[in-house]
Design a protein around this ligand. Structure first.
Ligand code: ZN
Length: 244
Protein backbone atom coordinates (compact mmCIF):
# COMPACT_ATOMS: atom_id res chain seq x y z
CA UNK A 1 0.00 0.00 0.00
CA UNK A 2 1.47 3.36 -0.95
CA UNK A 3 2.32 5.71 1.86
CA UNK A 4 1.46 9.34 1.28
CA UNK A 5 2.42 11.92 3.78
CA UNK A 6 -0.10 14.61 4.16
CA UNK A 7 0.84 17.97 2.85
CA UNK A 8 0.09 20.62 5.40
CA UNK A 9 2.26 23.58 4.53
CA UNK A 10 1.74 25.95 1.61
CA UNK A 11 4.29 25.66 -1.19
CA UNK A 12 5.65 29.13 -0.61
CA UNK A 13 6.69 28.30 2.94
CA UNK A 14 8.36 25.16 1.73
CA UNK A 15 10.36 27.08 -0.87
CA UNK A 16 11.36 29.69 1.68
CA UNK A 17 12.74 26.94 3.89
CA UNK A 18 14.60 25.33 1.01
CA UNK A 19 12.68 22.09 1.44
CA UNK A 20 12.08 19.65 -1.37
CA UNK A 21 9.84 16.77 -2.35
CA UNK A 22 11.19 13.24 -2.68
CA UNK A 23 9.39 10.45 -4.50
CA UNK A 24 10.45 6.84 -4.00
CA UNK A 25 9.57 4.11 -6.46
CA UNK A 26 10.15 0.64 -5.06
CA UNK A 27 9.11 -2.95 -5.75
CA UNK A 28 5.68 -3.60 -4.26
CA UNK A 29 6.97 -6.86 -2.78
CA UNK A 30 10.09 -6.67 -0.63
CA UNK A 31 10.69 -10.40 -1.22
CA UNK A 32 10.90 -10.00 -5.02
CA UNK A 33 14.59 -10.12 -5.89
CA UNK A 34 16.07 -7.23 -7.89
CA UNK A 35 19.52 -8.20 -9.13
CA UNK A 36 22.35 -5.74 -9.61
CA UNK A 37 22.01 -6.51 -13.33
CA UNK A 38 18.37 -5.40 -13.27
CA UNK A 39 19.28 -2.23 -11.37
CA UNK A 40 22.13 -1.48 -13.78
CA UNK A 41 19.77 -1.98 -16.72
CA UNK A 42 17.34 0.55 -15.23
CA UNK A 43 20.12 3.14 -14.80
CA UNK A 44 21.26 2.48 -18.37
CA UNK A 45 17.67 2.94 -19.59
CA UNK A 46 17.54 6.32 -17.82
CA UNK A 47 20.75 7.26 -19.65
CA UNK A 48 19.42 6.04 -23.00
CA UNK A 49 16.14 7.89 -22.51
CA UNK A 50 18.14 11.07 -21.69
CA UNK A 51 16.52 11.33 -18.27
CA UNK A 52 20.03 11.56 -16.90
CA UNK A 53 23.01 13.00 -18.74
CA UNK A 54 25.66 10.61 -20.04
CA UNK A 55 28.07 13.55 -20.61
CA UNK A 56 28.07 14.54 -16.94
CA UNK A 57 29.50 12.78 -13.92
CA UNK A 58 27.56 10.48 -11.64
CA UNK A 59 28.41 9.61 -8.06
CA UNK A 60 28.51 5.98 -6.93
CA UNK A 61 28.48 5.17 -3.21
CA UNK A 62 28.95 1.77 -1.67
CA UNK A 63 28.78 0.49 1.88
CA UNK A 64 29.66 -3.01 2.99
CA UNK A 65 28.31 -4.72 6.10
CA UNK A 66 30.40 -5.06 9.28
CA UNK A 67 31.62 -1.51 9.62
CA UNK A 68 33.20 -0.86 6.25
CA UNK A 69 33.90 2.75 5.30
CA UNK A 70 31.72 4.45 2.72
CA UNK A 71 33.30 4.12 -0.73
CA UNK A 72 32.68 7.00 -3.12
CA UNK A 73 33.49 7.08 -6.79
CA UNK A 74 32.81 9.87 -9.25
CA UNK A 75 32.76 8.77 -12.85
CA UNK A 76 31.25 9.59 -16.20
CA UNK A 77 27.57 8.66 -16.02
CA UNK A 78 28.03 6.36 -19.01
CA UNK A 79 30.26 4.13 -16.89
CA UNK A 80 28.19 4.30 -13.73
CA UNK A 81 25.69 1.58 -14.67
CA UNK A 82 28.54 -0.89 -15.02
CA UNK A 83 29.95 0.21 -11.66
CA UNK A 84 26.76 -0.97 -9.95
CA UNK A 85 27.59 -4.51 -11.02
CA UNK A 86 30.67 -4.47 -8.79
CA UNK A 87 28.49 -3.95 -5.73
CA UNK A 88 27.81 -7.56 -4.83
CA UNK A 89 27.42 -8.05 -1.07
CA UNK A 90 27.02 -4.29 -0.49
CA UNK A 91 24.55 -1.43 -0.39
CA UNK A 92 24.98 0.65 -3.53
CA UNK A 93 23.64 3.88 -4.88
CA UNK A 94 24.27 5.91 -7.99
CA UNK A 95 23.09 9.49 -8.28
CA UNK A 96 23.02 12.45 -10.63
CA UNK A 97 21.34 15.86 -10.56
CA UNK A 98 20.03 17.34 -13.80
CA UNK A 99 17.96 20.40 -14.69
CA UNK A 100 14.72 20.46 -16.62
CA UNK A 101 16.04 23.27 -18.85
CA UNK A 102 19.14 21.27 -19.86
CA UNK A 103 19.09 20.70 -23.59
CA UNK A 104 17.54 17.36 -24.59
CA UNK A 105 16.72 16.40 -21.01
CA UNK A 106 13.66 14.23 -20.59
CA UNK A 107 11.56 14.87 -17.49
CA UNK A 108 9.47 11.82 -16.56
CA UNK A 109 7.05 14.12 -14.71
CA UNK A 110 6.58 16.47 -17.70
CA UNK A 111 2.98 16.70 -18.80
CA UNK A 112 2.39 17.62 -22.46
CA UNK A 113 6.01 18.70 -22.70
CA UNK A 114 5.85 21.03 -19.72
CA UNK A 115 7.87 20.43 -16.56
CA UNK A 116 5.97 21.19 -13.40
CA UNK A 117 7.80 22.08 -11.25
CA UNK A 118 10.69 23.29 -13.40
CA UNK A 119 14.15 23.09 -11.89
CA UNK A 120 16.32 20.28 -10.67
CA UNK A 121 15.73 16.55 -10.65
CA UNK A 122 17.92 14.47 -8.37
CA UNK A 123 17.82 10.82 -9.46
CA UNK A 124 19.24 8.22 -7.11
CA UNK A 125 19.06 4.50 -7.72
CA UNK A 126 19.62 2.26 -4.69
CA UNK A 127 20.46 -1.43 -4.92
CA UNK A 128 21.12 -3.39 -1.74
CA UNK A 129 22.63 -6.79 -2.34
CA UNK A 130 23.62 -7.72 1.21
CA UNK A 131 21.54 -10.47 2.81
CA UNK A 132 21.63 -8.84 6.25
CA UNK A 133 20.34 -5.43 5.10
CA UNK A 134 17.14 -3.89 3.88
CA UNK A 135 16.68 -0.33 2.71
CA UNK A 136 14.08 1.85 4.42
CA UNK A 137 13.51 4.93 2.23
CA UNK A 138 11.65 6.82 4.96
CA UNK A 139 13.57 6.44 8.21
CA UNK A 140 11.35 5.09 11.00
CA UNK A 141 11.80 6.31 14.56
CA UNK A 142 10.64 3.10 16.22
CA UNK A 143 9.87 -0.56 15.69
CA UNK A 144 6.77 -2.05 17.24
CA UNK A 145 7.56 -5.71 17.82
CA UNK A 146 4.98 -8.11 16.41
CA UNK A 147 5.80 -10.70 19.07
CA UNK A 148 5.64 -8.66 22.30
CA UNK A 149 4.10 -5.34 21.10
CA UNK A 150 6.96 -3.39 22.67
CA UNK A 151 7.91 -0.10 21.01
CA UNK A 152 11.67 0.21 20.64
CA UNK A 153 13.37 3.34 19.32
CA UNK A 154 15.34 2.86 16.10
CA UNK A 155 18.36 4.86 15.15
CA UNK A 156 19.47 3.27 11.91
CA UNK A 157 22.58 4.10 9.87
CA UNK A 158 22.01 6.39 6.95
CA UNK A 159 22.75 5.44 3.40
CA UNK A 160 22.07 8.24 0.94
CA UNK A 161 18.72 9.65 2.01
CA UNK A 162 17.50 6.28 3.28
CA UNK A 163 18.55 4.12 6.22
CA UNK A 164 19.72 0.53 6.39
CA UNK A 165 17.90 -1.98 8.55
CA UNK A 166 20.16 -4.69 9.95
CA UNK A 167 18.03 -7.83 10.02
CA UNK A 168 20.17 -9.39 12.74
CA UNK A 169 18.91 -6.83 15.29
CA UNK A 170 16.57 -8.27 17.88
CA UNK A 171 13.83 -6.92 20.10
CA UNK A 172 14.51 -7.06 23.85
CA UNK A 173 12.09 -10.03 23.92
CA UNK A 174 14.52 -11.87 21.65
CA UNK A 175 12.35 -11.78 18.53
CA UNK A 176 14.12 -11.20 15.23
CA UNK A 177 12.66 -8.78 12.71
CA UNK A 178 9.50 -10.08 11.07
CA UNK A 179 8.61 -7.88 8.12
CA UNK A 180 5.04 -9.09 7.86
CA UNK A 181 4.31 -8.71 11.57
CA UNK A 182 6.49 -5.92 12.93
CA UNK A 183 5.40 -2.34 12.49
CA UNK A 184 7.42 0.82 12.06
CA UNK A 185 6.52 4.27 13.30
CA UNK A 186 7.49 7.27 11.17
CA UNK A 187 8.44 10.75 12.35
CA UNK A 188 4.92 11.99 11.71
CA UNK A 189 3.50 9.30 13.98
CA UNK A 190 2.09 7.16 11.15
CA UNK A 191 2.51 3.42 11.69
CA UNK A 192 2.98 0.90 8.89
CA UNK A 193 3.81 -2.76 8.56
CA UNK A 194 7.56 -2.94 8.07
CA UNK A 195 7.16 -4.77 4.76
CA UNK A 196 5.32 -1.75 3.35
CA UNK A 197 8.34 0.47 4.01
CA UNK A 198 11.24 -1.86 3.23
CA UNK A 199 12.91 -2.71 -0.06
CA UNK A 200 16.16 -3.89 -1.58
CA UNK A 201 16.07 -1.51 -4.53
CA UNK A 202 14.52 1.87 -5.10
CA UNK A 203 14.64 4.85 -7.41
CA UNK A 204 14.25 8.21 -5.73
CA UNK A 205 13.42 11.34 -7.64
CA UNK A 206 13.81 14.61 -5.80
CA UNK A 207 12.07 17.74 -7.13
CA UNK A 208 11.64 21.30 -5.84
CA UNK A 209 8.07 20.43 -4.88
CA UNK A 210 5.50 17.70 -5.48
CA UNK A 211 4.57 17.16 -9.15
CA UNK A 212 0.84 17.27 -9.94
CA UNK A 213 0.87 13.65 -11.07
CA UNK A 214 1.03 10.88 -8.52
CA UNK A 215 2.28 8.35 -11.06
CA UNK A 216 5.01 8.81 -13.66
CA UNK A 217 3.28 10.35 -16.71
CA UNK A 218 6.16 9.21 -18.97
CA UNK A 219 5.26 5.71 -20.22
CA UNK A 220 8.77 4.79 -21.39
CA UNK A 221 10.34 5.66 -18.04
CA UNK A 222 7.54 3.90 -16.16
CA UNK A 223 8.13 0.81 -18.28
CA UNK A 224 11.87 0.82 -17.58
CA UNK A 225 11.11 0.99 -13.85
CA UNK A 226 8.62 -1.85 -14.17
CA UNK A 227 11.06 -4.05 -16.07
CA UNK A 228 13.54 -3.69 -13.23
CA UNK A 229 11.22 -3.76 -10.21
CA UNK A 230 8.01 -5.46 -11.33
CA UNK A 231 4.96 -3.78 -9.79
CA UNK A 232 5.87 -0.72 -7.76
CA UNK A 233 4.73 1.23 -4.75
CA UNK A 234 5.37 4.90 -4.22
CA UNK A 235 6.44 6.58 -1.04
CA UNK A 236 6.26 10.36 -1.01
CA UNK A 237 8.34 12.34 1.46
CA UNK A 238 7.25 15.94 1.32
CA UNK A 239 8.90 19.08 2.66
CA UNK A 240 12.18 17.39 3.45
CA UNK A 241 15.69 18.86 3.39
CA UNK A 242 17.41 18.29 0.01
CA UNK A 243 19.89 15.45 -0.43
CA UNK A 244 23.39 16.32 0.72
ZN1 ZN B 1 9.52 -8.09 21.14
Amino acid sequence: MPVHRERVDPIRDQEALGLVHRRWLLPDDVQRPVSLQQAARLWRALLELSVIDSRQEALVQRLRPRGGALEELEMPAGASAGALLAGSGAANLVTQVVWTDDEDRRDPYAFQGESDPAGFRDYTLYAVEAASWLLLPIPPVARICGACSLRGALDLPRFGEAVLLDLSLKCSCGAAFDLGRDKAELRNGAVFLLEELACRAALSIELPRAPPSEELPDAAVAQAVQEAFGGTDELADDAVPPAE
